[in-house]
Design a binder for this molecule. Structure first.
Ligand code: UD1
Ligand code: CA
Length: 453
């Protein structure tokens, strides 16, 4: 007996006012539905069964390598109809969990608990008590509190609309029970749809035991129907993530001002200031300090390093005890070894800077190999591109590049060599040499500047 997870995602999502199907809008940097698919995959080893309809091909195209059973619901005749299409792909002995593509915040532990309690009834609806139940199906109970059915918002009476216990939409049941019931559903309601929720009433008629499972944290059932709710879901997601990080010891200046769009791994005593965004896979070593307003993507920052405010770091590796920024841009292929300093308004691309080297102000270092303890003065520019091809600059250990030096690649500066400030280097410089190229300075005494006529 296995666990089969159905994900319903055939709806259009009209209220998003967008050509993009709703479930492909982003939550934490990836499609909303990818969170639900991931959830399904951590619940069960069986491939999730995803029901699509509106722009189904676009949704499928986002998951080219995942093991997913896709079901095309040609006509969107309701949640009951959607589940009926999916059941054809599930073995009768399996237990079924129904999830919604637009309800991405549910926790796997919550679902496991619900699945675990299924023995108590054969069909179970997850419910949630909320302060604003509008839009949701309402849970109906008799005077003894026994669950008797679900009425949809559109079909509810004035009195029923006051009920605060709602249907989250999540259902757990055995496949055979569902398969027995869904063909019996009728579309006799205001929306002329086959409601999955009508199984509650049917179960009672068929003497099948039916129950509810109350969700303790209503935010888990938060559904996304429009852009406002997407943004609210984003904050719920981000806050939850920030709480997990803080519980593991990370200092976060303000948990409402951090965005993790991927995975972040933090060592001990890491501190993150406000408004930073982490994308893809980011690793921060022990004692790392991240200043405000940084964007860090697929990068590693070594132990003890400090990233000052407003840096953009993309596919770069920063060693230990390095100092970066403020306003530095580390582009793909940057590798800063230990104790390197990269200061303000410096861009580094596809380059390695050896231990202890510095480039502190207003420089571009591209396609370069810089040795240890080199000092690149303010305004050093590696001219790596001739308009057609990229060329390499090699700078040896202990080199001193004077401010405003232009290094026209391919070029190499030998160990311990010096370039004078304002020099354009077009030929290799040998070890220990000083390279200098400057016009003679001359002065014209008593010079009168032109005046406005
Ligand atoms: C549904 C529930 C409601 C519950 C609410 C929770 C029913 C009848 N109602 O209402 O009790 O409170 O969810 O969010 O089940 N879908 C399909 N095919 C269809 C119709 C819908 O795949 O033919 C998918 C949608 O893409 C969506 C999900 O099923 O992901 C829910 O459909 P939606 O129309 O949004 O139902 P609600 O009115 O929100
Ligand atoms: Ca909905």
């Amino acid at each position: 007996m296995g666990l089969a997870v159905i994900v319903l995602a055939a709806g259009e999502g009209k209220r998003m006012c967008s050509d993009l199907p709703k479930v492909l809008h982003l939550l934490a940097g990836r499609p909303i539905i990818s969170h639900v698919i991931e959830l399904a995959q951590s619940l069960s080893e069986l491939p999730p069964i995803v029901v699509t309809g509106y722009h189904g091909d676009d949704i499928r195209a986002k998951f080219p390598s995942e093991n997913i059973t896709w079901v095309d619901q040609k006509e969107r005749l309701g949640t009951g109809h959607a589940v009926a299409q999916a059941l054809k792909h599930i073995s009768k002995e399996d237990t079924v969990v129904v999830l919604y593509g637009d309800v991405p915040l549910i926790r796997v532990e919550t679902l496991m608990k619900m699945v675990g309690s299924l023995g108590l009834s054969e069909l179970s609806f997850m419910t949630s008590k909320v302060t604003d139940p509008s839009g949701y199906g309402r849970i109906l109970r008799d005077s003894t509190g026994k669950f008797v059915g679900i009425v949809e918002d559109q079909d509810a009476t004035e009195k029923q609309l006051l009920i605060s216990e709602t249907n989250t939409g999540i259902v757990v049941a055995s496949c055979s029970i569902l398969a027995q019931m869904v063909p019996l559903l009728a579309a006799d309601n205001s929306q002329k749809e086959y409601y999955l929720t009508d199984c509650a009433k049917l179960a009672r008629d068929l003497k099948i035991s039916v129950g509810t499972h109350e969700l303790m944290d209503p935010s888990e059932a938060f559904g996304i129907n429009d852009q406002v709710q997407r943004a609210q879901a984003e904050r719920i997601y981000q806050r939850r993530n920030a709480v997990t990080l803080m519980r593991s010891g990370v200092t976060i200046s303000d948990p409402d001002r951090i965005d993790v769009r991927g995975n972040i791994k933090c060592g001990k005593n890491v501190s993150i200031d406000v408004n930073s965004v982490f994308e893809g896979s980011v690793t921060l070593g022990d004692d790392v300090i991240i200043g405000p307003n940084c964007l860090i993507t697929d990068s590693i920052v070594g132990k003890g390093s400090q990233i000052f405010g407003s840096c953009v770091i993309n596919r770069a590796k920063v060693g230990e005890n390095a100092l970066v920024g403020p306003f530095a841009h580390l582009r793909p292929g940057t590798h800063l070894e230990n104790t390197v300093k990269v200061g303000n308004f410096v861009e580094v691309k596809n380059s390695t800077l050896g231990a202890g080297s510095k480039t502190n102000h207003l420089s571009y270092v591209g396609d370069s190999e810089v040795g240890k303890n080199a000092n690149l003065g303010a305004g050093t520019i590696t001219c790596n591109y001739d308009g057609a091809n990229k060329h390499k600059t090699v700078i040896g250990d202990d080199v001193f590049i004077g401010s405003g030096s232009i290094l026209v690649a391919p070029v190499s500066i030998g160990e311990n060599a010096t370039t004078a400030a304002g020099t354009t280097i077009t030929k290799d410089v040998a070890e220990g040499d000083l390279a200098l190229r400057r016009g003679q300075q001359k002065s014209i005494p008593g010079w009168e500047r032109p005046r406005k006529k």
